[in-house]
Design a protein. Structure first.
Length: 71
């Protein structure tokens, strides 16, 4: 393998790693903010004396159904 091919392999590997890191950071950030949102809405429901009903369809997409049932 000549130097140019080695350099291209290193650059390609570096780019793949950067893309993977960006995807990982975005996924973790998304999950963090969704969990903060869910904690916030359930806490507010409990503060007003309600019972939180939460059905999570797909947490990675932020798909859930929330209901605050006040009796």
């Amino acid at each position: 393998m000549n130097n140019l091919m080695k350099k291209n392999v290193v650059i390609g590997s570096l780019l793949i790693n950067i893309v993977l890191i960006v995807v990982l950071v975005l996924t973790l950030s998304n999950n963090y903010f969704i969990s903060k949102e869910l904690n916030n809405i359930t806490s507010k429901c409990y503060e007003i004396g309600g019972t939180a009903k939460l059905e999570i369809q797909d947490i990675s997409k932020g798909e859930y159904h929330f209901e605050c049932i006040k009796e």
